[in-house]
Unconditional design. Structure first.
Length: 188
């Protein structure tokens, strides 16, 4: 059963689909194509066989046509079965949308991020390497204007830096997230 932290992280990305490509581009320095739309897609990867695969969230970037799929997985702990399901998510979405796809793993802890970054041997010399961001690697949002511009990123920053060794910085980040959240519509 997914935890509150897991569901909260998914909600941030569901509420702001552009958060995933922004993290890929700005924080992880991964090239993201130009797009005019970022929309939530079905996270089901069911095949004709009885096996069903379901990612946490899927974002599809598009202009005139799909340009990049982002499969988002929140990982709170090590799960060895993911080395079998993650490649399925990516290749299924790639086949469904006829565009490049990446897997973005948001890891709650640094040790989980280290585990998730390990390349996955597919056989025949092929390898799949997830793109991973630990919550501690999320940018520190301490500026009010930036927090108001990107409330989901501000909240993600507060989650990622709640235990910062500098309690004043941690409190400032949390305050920015709170300020950015006030006034948002109830669903968001």
């Amino acid at each position: 059963m997914p935890s509150q932290l897991h569901e909260s992280l998914i909600t941030l990305f569901r509420n702001c689909p552009t958060l995933a490509p922004a993290l890929l581009r700005d924080t992880l320095q991964i090239s993201v194509p130009q797009f005019t739309e970022a929309r939530i897609e079905s996270a089901e990867f069911t095949e004709i066989q009885p096996a069903a695969y379901r990612a946490d969230l899927v974002v599809l970037l598009s202009g005139d046509e799909p340009s990049l799929g982002i499969v988002l997985e929140v990982q709170l702990s090590v799960d060895e079965d993911k080395e079998y399901s993650w490649p399925v998510y990516v290749t299924s979405m790639r086949a469904r949308n006829h565009c490049p796809v990446c897997l973005l793993v948001i890891a709650a802890k640094d040790d989980v991020a280290r585990w998730a970054r390990k390349p996955i041997a597919l056989g025949g010399g092929n390898c799949f390497t997830p793109t991973v961001l630990s919550l501690s690697g999320v940018p520190e949002i301490t500026d009010e204007s930036q927090a108001l511009k990107d409330p989901e990123l501000a909240v993600l920053s507060a989650l990622g830096h709640a235990n910062d060794p500098d309690p004043d910085k941690s409190a400032r980040i949390a305050l920015m997230a709170q300020m950015a959240s006030i006034g948002l519509d109830e669903e968001r």
